[in-house]
Every structure is written in C-alpha cells, then in structure tokens.
Design a protein around this ligand. Structure first.
Ligand code: GDP
Ligand code: IMO
Ligand code: MG
Length: 431
C-alpha cells in the first residue's frame, strides 16, 4: 500500500503514537488530519519518552516530512512549545520538515474558557473534556466564524474577526457563565506574534500532499482520538467534536479517498476510556486497578486516571465497519501478563437478548451487559518477544481469539512502550 491511515479503534490512547512512529520508517510523509491538542501521543525510543499533541509522531525520523493539515484545530502556543522542545532535543533541525495548513482553525483563549465554563455548568453531567477548547473551536469552524491560520498573517482581517468574535464570546463568558472576559489588545498582539513565528511552516497542505502523491511518496495519516469518540458515530454526546474515523482523515487532509491504500486500527489488548460516557466492559475492582497500574493508565494530556476494562469485541467490530480496517495493531499485550484469566467481551446482553452490535443510544449502552469469554492467562514477562512464536502459547491463543471475534487480522503486536518492543506480523506498506 502506498498510503495508510492509522487510527484508534476504541476510545483513544490505544498507542497510535507508537505505531505511527514505527510505520514512519516505511513512509515518506506523515500527516495529522484531525483533532487538536486534546490528543497526547507517546513514543519511547531507546528509553527516551516524547509526547506529541499536535506534531505528527513521524517527526523523530529525520528527512521525513510532517504535515499538520487543515482539519486540525491548532493552539499556536502549544504548537510552538512543542516545536521549541523538539529543537532543544536535537530534532526538527530543518523548518521545512514541518508543514502546517493555512486553513487550519486556531484555538483562541475564549475557546478554552468556554470549554471549562460549560463543563463546570454541566456538573455531574459533564463530558469530561480535555479543557483545551477543542469543542468550541470546531463549533466556530462549523458556524463559519472561525479564525484560521491564514488570518493571523493578515493583521487587519485578524483584528476584524477577533473583534466580532470577542463581542459574542465575552457576552457569553461574562453574562451567561459569570466569568472573566478576554481583552482585545493583548490577545491580538499575542496571536499576531504566533502567526509571525509559524509563517515559515504555513502552506497549502492539500496541494503539498497531492504533489507528494504525484512523486510517488508513501503517505501515513495519523488519526487522533478513537472511533468511539467520533462526532457522528461515537457515544454521543460523550465524544470529541471531530470525525475521528477514516473519512475524517480524507476531509481533514484534503485527499480523495481513492488515494488511500488501507486503514489500520490500533487497539489495546484490553480497553480504556478517559472522561465520561458508556464503557460496557469497565472494571471497578482490583483487576481493573491492576491493569491501570501495570499499564500506567494515566492520561498523556491531562494526567487523569483512565478507566480500564476488558477487550470489547463489538467495539472493534464497529471500528472495522466504520473504517474498513485492513488490520489491527494490538498494543499493551504485556500489561495482561500475570493475570490468571483474561476475559473478552464477545457480545452484549440487552434486556435479556443477545446483541452482536454496539447499541446506538446511551440508554442501550447503559442496559448492555457484556457477554464474556474467559481464556487462560500467562505468567511470563513477554516484553522481549520479537516474533509471534516467542509469545507463550496462551498469549498466542488470546491474540488469535481476538482475530476471530473481531474478524480483523492482527498484523502487529506491541509488547512494551519502546519502539523496538514490537512484533511485526505483516507490514501494511509492503503488502
Ligand atoms: P495514543 O494517544 O493512541 O498515541 O496513546 P497514548 O500515548 O496516549 O497512550 C498509550 C500509552 O501506552 C503510552 O504511554 C505508550 O508509551 C504506552 N504504550 C504503547 N504501546 C505499549 C505496549 O505495547 N506496552 C506498554 N506497556 N505500553 C505501551
Ligand atoms: P488521543 O489522540 C483519549 C476524550 C476526552 C473526553 C472527550 C471530549 O491521545 O487518543 P475533547 O477535549 O476532545 O472535547 O474531549 O474525548 N478525548 C480523548 N480520550 N484520547 C484522546 O486523544 C482524546 N481526545 C479527547 O477525554 O472524554
Ligand atoms: Mg493519547
């Protein structure tokens, strides 16, 4: 395949960063099509840890071009900090390695304040957002009042749009939420300065990607969040505000679907979720805590403890339906070592009836009881396995069973956070 989309098959934090870093070796250009700094993608290379919120996880490979496409919502302050940190660590030596879409929407301070104020007002019904202003920024984009990267380069245009936005946002912030207002001048000055600094990276990224395709480059698209957080198909309203599924990678990047060779879903060998919303296989007992501790399940962006549970096959089957998966990269299998039994949810029981598919409504999710299959666990530390045959027989059996119940081939098994703690069974770029 020439172009591959990698995306989350569950609720985010599946280990996409690690998988994208690995596949970057075989690609020429790595593109982030959607989401914002609600994402936290972690890579560990020779023991050294990197967390990326906006910059594609291919950036550690010198010579590979990285693109933040128009579908991403950009907090320039966060992006510039990320750029600076990378440079301090000896990466991104050439600014031309990183391209940013001129049409990407920009997160402004009022988006963050509104995100927080709304969550506070919702109280116990809150979504549990990352409080990064993602939802309010996407709303402005859809309402056609968004401020885009290109606007930061045109002072008069920016001033006009900022003024118009502040009139409305400050009214809301002050009168509806009873909070602080955002002042015009310091905000204007701050964002004009960001535009100045980002200028060297800002281009027509859709055109750039097209030119890359024309020259025969291999493209890798790095999804953010996960399938069940998709605005249209996820566990609404407990979702993010963008399309996290495969179609979103095309619209976000400005690439036609016919140019995509295949889609790889990333899934943990169990399941996690941060924030509120349905999670049928969630564990509230010692076993759940064991998985949280062993898997270090604390958010890469907010540090919040992640909710943990057993592998949910209907969820991954749903991800297959929505994304047309050519394979699954299974991560964190090592975390399950030492558990006497491992469980897999193969279906749900809703009001006494067995259901193979995820419910459409929140009420359906609430009523869904997992139907479990229990398999033998394994005691061995598997973090040094590099071939599938190195895994204990019961671990191999577990992986094969996941393939059967999801209907998707597991083409990669990850057995540790480090780049090299990986079993590649089939390489999508060589298929
Ligand atoms: P992403 O948002 O999908 O990129 O995932 P995150 O980076 O938010 O969360 C995944 C976490 O699991 C990170 O801390 C990774 O370093 C870690 N990780 C990834 N793969 C493995 C694995 O196979 N085993 C273990 N133990 N940790 C892993
Ligand atoms: P990566 O790319 C896990 C969740 C939040 C919340 C909901 C809405 O690292 O997998 P938002 O701030 O987007 O409005 O929050 O979505 N969420 C994520 N959960 N991983 C992510 O990204 C997430 N990005 C958003 O916790 O429940
Ligand atoms: Mg993450």
């Amino acid at each position: 395949m020439r172009s591959v989309i990698v995306l989350g098959a569950q609720w985010g934090d599946e280990g996409k960063g690690k998988i994208v870093d690995i596949y970057s070796e075989f690609a020429d250009t790595i593109v982030r099509p959607t989401g914002g700094n609600n994402a936290g993608h972690t890579l560990v290379v020779k023991g050294e840890k990197f967390v990326f919120h906006l910059i594609p996880s291919g950036i550690l490979h010198p010579g590979k071009k990285c693109v933040i496409a128009n579908g991403v919502v950009i907090d320039p302050k966060v992006l510039l900090t990320e750029i600076d940190r990378l440079k301090e660590r000896g990466f991104l030596k050439d600014d031309a390695q990183l391209k940013i879409g001129l049409l990407a929407n920009i997160i402004l301070p009022y988006h963050i304040l509104l995100d927080k104020a709304r969550e506070e007002k919702l109280g116990s019904r809150k979504i549990g957002t990352t409080a990064r202003g993602i939802g309010p920024c996407y709303e402005d984009k859809i309402a056609r009042i968004g401020i885009r990267a290109c606007d930061l380069l045109l002072p008069e245009m920016f001033a006009e749009k900022l003024r118009a936005n502040l009139e409305l946002k400050n009214f809301l912030l002050k009168n509806y939420f009873g909070g602080e207002e955002v002042p015009f001048q310091p905000t204007y000055d701050e964002y004009i300065a960001y535009g100045e600094r980002l200028k060297t990276h800002l281009i027509d990224t859709s055109l750039f990607i097209e030119e890359e395709i024309q020259r025969g480059a291999k493209l890798l698209f790095e999804g953010a969040q996960g399938t069940l957080l998709d605005i249209d198909h996820g566990t609404y309203p407990f979702v993010t505000s963008s399309n996290t599924t495969a179609g979103g990678a095309c619209t976000g990047s400005g690439v036609g679907p016919t140019k995509i060779g295949g889609v790889i879903g990333v899934s943990k060998a169990y399941a996690t979720r941060v924030g509120g919303g349905p999670f049928p296989t969630e564990l509230f007992d010692e076993e759940g805590q064991k998985i949280r501790d062993r898997g270090n399940e604390y958010g890469s962006t907010t540090g919040r403890p992640r909710r943990c549970g057993w592998f949910d096959a209907p969820v991954v089957r749903y991800a297959n339906r929505l994304n047309g998966l050519a394979g699954v990269a299974l991560t964190k299998l090592d975390v399950l070592s030492g558990l006497p039994r491992v469980k897999v949810c193969v279906a749900y029981e809703i009001d006494g009836v067995r259901r193979e598919e995820v419910p459409l409504s929140l009420a359906g999710f609430e009523a869904a009881k997992p139907v479990y299959e229990s398999l033998d666990g394994w005691k061995e530390d598997i973090s040094s396995a590099r071939e599938f045959g190195d895994l204990p027989k019961t671990a191999q059996k577990y992986v094969r069973r996941l393939e059967e119940v999801t209907g998707v081939e597991i083409i990669l098994v990850s057995v540790g956070a480090d780049r090299n703690q990986t079993i590649i069974r089939r390489n999508p770029f060589r298929a």
